[in-house]
Ligand binder design. Structure first.
Ligand SMILES: *Cc1c(COP(=O)(O)O)cnc(C)c1O
Length: 422
């Protein structure tokens, strides 16, 4: 459920007309709904109620500080995957003891900076990283809290680019080596083992792969405890999917996920840490764009938008489906047309949807891509020297620009011409 609904024939974001934002900000732009963010966070919080838990929002899904602050105010921690994200989380006022540092490769600078400023835990992905963290921490007279990311070798049954829990993926340490690595970790001077971590992929639409992975995690917890390790925290990763497409079977709800977690891991008396990204912000954001024109090709109609693959890359990158709806509610009955929905970028890959049946649209009409909040703005680029598009946040009847559109000067003057060309 989200807060983007038609009211009096117009699409609203909470109590604000989307067309009004468009008139004020110019298209294309992203809009986030505060109420939807809050609701999704609370769904997870309720799902884990009664268990000691921490929800560390995977901020790579959407990292604007207005979003981080909204969630931080509810008690969220953050899962970060780079020094940039770490700084952004702190800048948004997230306490460092609620920041988990994940990611397959961490630089010396990133580790040092996090140790200096404080960290909840490093999720460690390799032996060499473990040694590196230990030696940096020891040289600073600090102890780094760590969890080892285990690769449980389960098939997440999702798009291959976002499956991360199979043995062939680059992530984590094979579960068969876990005892060995934990034994090494316990003897390192700069390391304190606090738990175990895993994350098997993104946009999972079934609980089974989670369950399979968490059962392996439960067994491993007991084995490691028998070996003498203090396992007090289990980081279950993120990955719960969202319904992008109507009329397809809906992914499990946080409530069902929570029930399963309780059943599989509840008896271990561990603090449960989860890192949802997409489910928190995905349906809390839309991308609004204007129709530049309609071009009739040989048995195809192209709906050309002012948004392009550089603004929302998911269709080009993951073959992702996004619902595309007119901002002005179609009257019924309304003539429908089949469109290929495309952007202006010079690549055939700049196609948002093929043969999509939609209400008839014409130049300057506004459309909204639903469920564009996650992996939307954060993956945008300035390809074709197209300025990064603004982000707007709505809260009831108010809206605010939370990232402005840069001027062309700001973009172009970042280039530095070497003096031999002057
Ligand atoms: C990407 C990622 C997440 C979030 O995944 P979602 O599918 O957005 O919930 C969580 N943890 C780690 C380590 C990740 O890389």
């Amino acid at each position: 459920m989200d807060h983007f609904n038609y009211r009096d024939g117009q699409l609203y974001a909470e109590d604000v007309s989307v067309a009004e934002i468009a008139a004020s900000v110019g298209t294309p732009f992203y809009v986030y709904s505060t109420a939807t963010l809050v609701r999704h966070f609370q769904l997870f919080d309720d799902a884990l109620d009664g268990m000691d838990h921490c929800i560390c929002y995977a901020m790579k899904a959407a990292s604007n500080q207005a979003i981080l602050k909204t969630l931080g105010n509810l008690g969220a921690g953050m899962d970060v995957v780079s020094g940039g994200e770490y700084r952004r989380a702190l800048s948004a006022g997230i306490p460092p003891e609620k920041v988990v540092f994940s990611g397959v490769g961490k630089t010396l600078e990133e580790i040092t900076f996090a140790l200096q400023n404080g960290i909840r835990q490093f999720n460690v992905e390799s032996d060499s990283e473990l040694e590196q963290i230990s030696s940096i921490a020891a040289s600073m007279n600090k102890i780094a809290p760590i969890a080892i990311r285990i690769n449980p070798d389960v098939d997440a049954q999702t798009h291959e680019k976002i499956a991360t829990g199979k043995a062939e993926n680059k992530f984590g340490i094979p579960i068969s080596r876990a005892r060995d690595v934990y034994s090494k970790a316990s003897q390192m001077p700069g390391i304190s083992v606090v738990g175990i971590d895993l994350h098997i992929g993104s946009q999972l639409t079934d609980l089974e792969p989670f369950k399979e992975a968490y059962q392996k995690l439960a067994d491993l917890t007991q084995v490691l405890r028998q070996d003498g390790h203090k396992i007090k925290r289990l980081d279950l990763g993120g990955g719960l999917g969202i319904p992008y497409e109507k009329n397809k079977s809906a992914p499990p709800l946080p409530e069902e996920y929570g029930k399963m977690v309780r059943k599989v891991l509840g008896h271990l008396d561990c603090e449960i840490e989860i890192e949802p990204g997409r489910l928190i912000v995905g349906n809390a954001g839309i991308l609004v764009s204007s129709v530049l024109g309609v071009k009739n090709g040989d048995n195809r109609n192209f709906l050309i938008l002012d948004a392009a693959m550089n603004d929302l890359i998911r269709p080009a990158m993951y073959d992702a489906y996004h619902d595309i709806i007119p901002v002005k509610q179609p009257s019924s009955p309304q003539a429908e047309t089949v469109y290929d929905v495309v952007g202006p970028v010079c690549e055939t890959g700049d196609t948002f949807a093929k043969k999509r049946k939609m209400p008839e649209l014409s130049e300057s009409d506004l459309v909204a891509f639903r469920s564009a909040g996650a992996y939307g703005a954060v993956m945008s680029s300035e390809y074709n020297t197209r300025p990064l598009i603004p982000e707007v946040m709505v809260n009831k009847n108010k809206f605010s620009i939370i990232r402005k559109r840069p001027s062309y000067e700001e973009i172009i003057y970042r280039d530095i011409i070497p003096d031999w060309l002057e």
